[in-house]
Design a protein around this ligand. Sequence first.
Ligand SMILES: CC(C)(COP(=O)(O)OP(=O)(O)OC[C@H]1O[C@@H](n2cnc3c(N)ncnc32)[C@H](O)[C@@H]1OP(=O)(O)O)[C@@H](O)C(=O)NCCC(=O)NCCS
Length: 144
Amino acid sequence: MKNLVVRSARSFDAAEVANISRRPFAARWSREAYAAEAERADSIFLVADDGTARGYAVARVFDAEARLLDMAVLVDGLGVGRALWAGLLSRARARAAAKLSLEVSSANARARSFYARVGAKVVGRRPKFYNDGSDAILMDLPLE
Ligand SMILES: CC(C)(COP(=O)(O)OP(=O)(O)OC[C@H]1O[C@@H](n2cnc3c(N)ncnc32)[C@H](O)[C@@H]1OP(=O)(O)O)[C@@H](O)C(=O)NCCC(=O)NCCS
């Protein structure tokens, strides 16, 4: 995508991010929740922006671990997810995180193949963790 930048989210991004977040498998937080996230010191909240928001990612850093809480793009398959992932890795490293961890539904085939493609490895599974009966698949990427 042309002129795509990955930058830290600001509270004014919250409406666009909340809109992208309505898609299945995204976290669907409220606009207010995304605005509050942009103010948190322990958060890595990124927006991929080419004039409008094309995608976002939210991770929180705790105890040398960056935990991905939410990530979605407006249109699949354009490289926006990969750009956000690269931004997450560099910012997580800059905060001395030793790994990036995440949880994905076994029903979310697209995200599972995306995370595998960008180097995350399956490290665990919680059977029937989600309300739809799907498993939670735990994945990690070491950052050393
Ligand atoms: C998961 C998601 C963020 C991926 O973002 P994206 O912008 O489509 O991903 P990209 O276009 O950057 O693709 C990155 C790589 O993953 C690969 N990939 C993505 N989907 C794939 C699929 N279904 N099958 C095979 N490979 C796939 C791409 O080929 C690409 O590899 P390459 O760069 O080596 O060619 C996006 O699909 C999304 O927003 N899904 C809905 C919300 C969601 O599921 N969030 C995750 C919750 S845990």
